[in-house]
Design a protein around this ligand. Structure first.
Ligand SMILES: [Zn+2]
Length: 348
């Protein structure tokens, strides 16, 4: 019997030595040899069939062989774990000298970029940037701008109204221009002042290649005592803007127009920066491109904002950021600005 135990133990050790260094194989081996129904465990059950005096020696022998196999199994397990780790390290090795994958950077939206550029140009001419609410009341958006309730320009703007959104439950209006910011600043600040009001404005327009219900403006205002700001200052300011924005010394042409809050009012054309005035497709052969509206501040605006209209003078101008950007970068359709196509946006 003792010999059987020894040969079984030797066979088990040999199998263990020859077996692969894999945890799954070793676990299987453990069950087959040392488990409840394992070959060595079953040997112990035979103790009962032996003559009494032989039993202790037999039991001790089986347990010694089991312990030896158990110990060897532990060593194989440790080596298997090491081999597994080494294999994983090899498989997952990082080459730290490889160049990294470049990150995809986002960019500034072209309308934001253009707003910054416009503000930067007028900033160099001494204009400060001011802000105000997009949801306005009718006083700041219309009344104070010399556009009383029966004023035709007020209907012509096709505004978005919000019942009860104004002060004291009055009707609110999504601002139709950033001139409302000028009213707010003019009412609280001492003169002289030079300010810019960039921002989003809303008009009920059907969307097409050059119109949207929401667009962006930059409006400017310069106010001083009467005699200190003249129409020629307006023209000089606009010429400086055209030169800095479109990169050349371009002529500025003023055509009479009408806005409620300026008198006189003008449409401002800049000599075509593509053909220098000789006529091309961009300027529709006219040599000039309309870029903004402007004029001398109407006395009614000064009165509504708490300034003496007899002693105060100023000029104002306003431009659509989309229009300037489309001219400057040759963008054919205003809807490209809001479609968020990365192929378009990545070009700026
Ligand atoms: Zn042209």
């Amino acid at each position: 019997m003792i010999e059987r135990v020894e040969s079984l133990g030797a066979a088990a050790l040999a199998e263990l030595e020859a077996g692969p260094l894999e945890e799954s194989w070793l676990a299987d081996f453990e069950v087959r040899v040392l488990g409840k129904k394992g070959s060595l465990t079953l040997l112990l059950r035979e103790t009962g069939s032996l003559p009494g005096p032989e039993r202790p020696a037999f039991g001790a022998k089986v347990n010694a062989v089991k312990a030896a196999v158990q110990e060897r199994l532990g060593e194989r397990r440790a080596r298997a774990a090491q081999a597994g780790l080494a294999a994983r390290l090899e498989a997952e090795r990082l080459d730290v000298t490889l160049p990294g994958r470049p990150l995809r950077w986002g960019g500034v939206h072209p309308l934001t970029r253009m707003t910054w550029e416009i503000c930067d140009i007028f900033g160099r001419l001494g204009f400060n940037v001011e802000g105000g609410p997009e949801l306005e009341d009718e006083f700041h958006n219309f009344d104070a701008l010399n556009m009383p309730a029966d004023h035709p320009a007020r209907d012509g703007m096709d505004s978005y109204y919000l019942e009860g959104a104004g002060p004291g439950g009055a009707r609110g209006v999504l601002r139709t221009h950033t001139s409302s910011v000028q009213v707010r600043v003019l009412r609280r600040r001492k003169l002289p002042l030079r300010m810019l009001a960039p921002g989003r404005v809303y008009r009920r327009d059907a969307a097409d290649a050059t119109h949207g219900a929401q667009f962006h403006q930059v409006e400017g205002l310069a106010v001083d005592r009467f005699g200190a700001v003249r129409f020629s200052d307006l023209k000089g300011t606009l010429e400086a803007f055209a030169r800095l924005m479109f990169g050349r010394r371009l002529g500025v042409r003023l055509r009479p127009s009408h806005f409620g809050f300026t008198e006189p009012s003008v449409e401002v054309d800049v000599q075509c920066f593509q053909c220098q005035g000789s006529g091309c497709a961009l300027c529709r052969r006219s040599g000039y491109i309309e870029v903004m509206g402007a004029g001398m501040v109407h006395p009614g605006v000064f009165r509504a904002c708490g300034h003496d209209p007899e002693a105060t003078a100023g000029f104002a101008f306003g431009m659509g950021v989309e229009r300037i950007a489309m001219l400057r970068w040759g963008i054919p359709d205003i809807r490209l600005f809001t479609e968020n196509d990365p192929r378009f946006l990545a070009q700026f």
